[in-house]
Design a protein around this ligand. Sequence first.
Ligand code: FAD
Length: 388
Amino acid sequence: MLNEEQLELQQLAHDFAETELRPHTSSWDEQRALGDEVFEKLAESGFLGMLIPEEHGGLGFEPATYLAVLEELAWGDAAVALSVAIHNGPVVAILMGHGTDDQKARWLPLMATGEVLGAFALSEPDAGSDASSISTTARLDGDTWVLDGTKRWVTNGARAGLVVVFARTEEDGLGAFLVPTDTDGYSVGDREKTLGLRASETVSLSLNDVRLPAGALVGQAGQGLRYALEVLDLGRIGIAMQATGIGRAAIEHAATYALERQQFGTPIARFGALQAKLADAAQRVSGGRALALHAAERWSHGVGNGTRRGSDGLTVRAAIAKLAASEAASFASDEAIQIFGGYGYMRHYPVERLLRDAKGTEIYEGTNEILRRVIAGEILRDAGDETL
Ligand SMILES: Cc1cc2nc3c(=O)[nH]c(=O)nc-3n(C[C@H](O)[C@H](O)[C@H](O)COP(=O)(O)OP(=O)(O)OC[C@H]3O[C@@H](n4cnc5c(N)ncnc54)[C@H](O)[C@@H]3O)c2cc1C
């Protein structure tokens, strides 16, 4: 349950989404770009510093407040919400969980004001679900880290000022590196033409002899995969809320249309078959939201203190939340198209975009197959399976 202050912040986010996002969503999708202006407005509203503590210039929100705001932003525009979720989620979390005081002092105030947007670069052309197999390398040359490799499908990649890059270190594990995007040897490839979330930046990154000071390494060399999985637990809860915003928007559009559209001399909303679609979609979307908030209860205790594992731990709760919410968003937007009939299939109406956007939430930050594997693995481990 949100308290009064949290409800007020949620309402502020809703008003922002209604006035600053909704009027532009369709043209952003068509143009495949978000303008600079929306990032300036997000920054002015504090939405780029939601999980950054006040001592570093952020708003220091509770996870539940952040999630409530994120749902509203996604209700307004899913590409904006994805950008905000990556910046506030895994990028801030790795700095907060494992960054030194100097790293936090350097980056968090810039991220809180929106001067620097964050990105998270784990995936590679040949390494997606199996992040342990990445081939980008980081070697020490004296006190300098030298990074070489290619990253793929990095959200915020072109606009970012800071990218957390995962690379294989000589300890034969992964390291997490803070890479300022103005570093020599760092370059951004063409934007991908995506099915949905077309306004979101999805780019590849090249690292050619990128030289970084020793202080660019987060935590310990060799521990990067552990850190990545930890912060992806938090990231997945954010994506669950992004999906919830998409699903809710689909239900609302479908309900409004069903009340307006007349067939057989009556609004189509009077037909039980369509009411059942609205009810089933609402049940799934509400379930996804509740699971995200349930997972968030473990959040503040989550990073690095043993509450991640087990079938009631953060990892499994976050996986269940993203699995349920992403499938709910796809279901709700698919049913919304059906309620719109032929109009739903047309680009002029918003529901086809919502289905395209929803599909992405089933893939990034862990595909739904991987999430099912995570969930089943924890259940079987609890039941005594030691092979997992
Ligand atoms: C819009 C978008 C934005 C993204 N943003 C980022 C980002 O900011 N940073 C970043 O690092 N990455 C990002 N990604 C990449 C994303 O995280 C990967 O696409 C995802 O992890 C899956 O990896 P893959 O695409 O290589 O698929 P693969 O791992 O090749 O999987 C292909 C298929 O095999 C299945 N599969 C794989 N292994 C198993 C298994 N063990 N059991 C069962 N099924 C399995 C998968 O579920 C999938 O269905 C983004 C992707 C998209 C689409």
